[in-house]
Ligand binder design. Structure first.
Ligand SMILES: O=C(O)c1ccccc1NCC(=O)[C@H](O)[C@H](O)COP(=O)(O)O
Length: 400
């Protein structure tokens, strides 16, 4: 219950910067001696902006301030905020630069009698991947309210089993002697804009299947890729037999269950976003649901982390930096050289070369580097006839 009180400004709570996070987050701690907000701010080289500006002053100069009694909802918000901070710290210690959500500082009511927030330029995403992840975090919370996990689990009781994504890639590789193709149903992307104006996901999927694709990747993000879960559902419903990868930005186990209810046989897990424990947990859930997990890496550190996780069958090397959009197919070769390549062979992991593949020479280059599968979007989705696009990409008809 809210009540207005008049009191001197003697805060109970102050802020302590967390150095490993470049002062972008502040942790509240109890102070034994009174201090002013500005003292605290200056002392820590942080600036604070009172939310309730121009507090009226009483006769003796004390500020009139408003406060709320602690209620359970506030306590929960505080706990969530603290957990979020710890998660960010763990992620940063594993070299993960992508923050799960904007660092808004502690919930408003946490800071005792003062209602203020940190003034923080860091509340803007640092790159496109971070922007996507912040959006996903919000989107998933909203979706979860509409379709709670228990309802998704119930819907899966009668669902047909997931199809064998990894098996289909291996079979295609054995049959053709070329990398198994995961053909991407992709209308648009942040780096390239619209790729195909008259976009018919089912027609494209059927064309890919006819052209010899082993599996399909379907972008389900609406905001940045103009995709959708309805595309996944429609492709499955149209009788396409290739196993389907749900190409999403997964930050929560709920998304895996949701993807499964929409017909996905595999999901993408991005190591640049997910700390080790999340990768371990999410890959276990995939196994439990009979799905494959394509774990994507872009640099040596991510590759090293992923190779340290037991039970990973499929690793994607993205030639595109999702932070800068720079594409370099030499990245696949670089990450498969030396000790990493050795560990991959020992563990019998299938490596997928992803992004920026346009010609038979490109396919040959990544195959020589050691991939047994490729994930291709732009170069084939742009073609009027996607099946012919595949033939052009491989330099021969791979459907035979
Ligand atoms: O494609 C992008 O612009 C993009 C931007 C931010 C995050 C992810 C992005 N793409 C996902 C992919 O990596 C590709 O869709 C996939 O590997 C196929 O790449 P391409 O053959 O180059 O279309």
């Amino acid at each position: 219950m809210e009540r207005l009180i008049s009191a001197r400004v003697t805060p109970r709570v102050s802020f302590q910067a967390v150095p490993s996070l470049n002062n972008r987050l502040c942790r509240p701690f109890q102070r034994s001696s009174p201090a002013t907000v500005m003292d605290v701010g200056r002392g820590r080289n942080l600036s604070f902006r009172p939310i309730r500006a121009q507090q009226p002053e009483t006769k003796d100069g004390a500020a009139t301030i408003s406060t709320k009694r602690e209620d359970p909802a506030d306590v929960l918000k505080v706990k969530e905020w603290e957990v979020g901070m710890l998660q960010d710290e763990v992620a940063a210690s594993q070299g993960i630069r992508i923050r799960r959500r904007p660092p808004t500082g502690p919930p408003l009511h946490y800071v005792g009698p003062f209602e203020f927030r940190l003034q923080n330029e860091d509340n803007t995403p640092r790159n496109i991947l971070e922007e996507i992840i912040w959006h996903k975090d919000k989107e998933v919370s909203q979706f979860k309210e509409q379709w709670p996990l228990y309802a998704l689990k119930k819907a899966l009781d009668d669902a047909p089993p997931a199809r064998d994504f990894v098996g289909a890639l291996k079979a295609a590789h054995q049959r053709t002697g070329l990398p198994g193709l995961i053909a991407e149903v992709k209308k648009a992307s942040p780096s390239r804009g619209i790729l195909k104006e008259n976009f018919d996901p089912v027609e494209i999927a059927k064309g890919y299947e006819k052209g010899g694709a082993a599996c399909l990747s379907v972008l389900t993000d609406k905001k940045f890729f103009q995709g959708g879960f309805e595309n996944l559902e429609a492709i499955k419903g149209a009788g396409v037999k290739c196993p389907l990868l749900c190409k999403e930005f997964i930050v929560d186990v709920w998304q895996i269950y949701y993807a499964r209810t929409k017909g996905a046989d595999a999901v993408l897990l991005i190591a640049a976003v997910l700390p080790d424990l999340d990768l371990i947990y999410l890959t276990k859930i995939c196994k439990m649901l009979g799905m494959a997990a394509l774990v994507e890496v872009h640099d040596e550190r991510e590759m090293d982390r992923v190779l340290g996780i037991e039970g990973i069958e499929l690793i994607g090397i993205n030639n595109r930096s999702l932070e800068t959009f720079k594409v370099d197919i030499g990245n696949t070769k670089k990450l498969l050289e030396g000790e990493c390549g050795q560990r991959i062979r020992e563990k019998d992991i299938i490596v997928v070369g992803e992004s920026g593949l346009f010609t038979p020479d490109d396919i040959n280059y990544v195959q020589e580097a050691g991939v047994k599968a490729v994930l291709v979007g732009e170069s084939i989705v742009k073609q009027d006839d996607p099946a012919k696009g595949i033939t052009g990409l491989f330099g021969r008809d791979i459907s035979l």
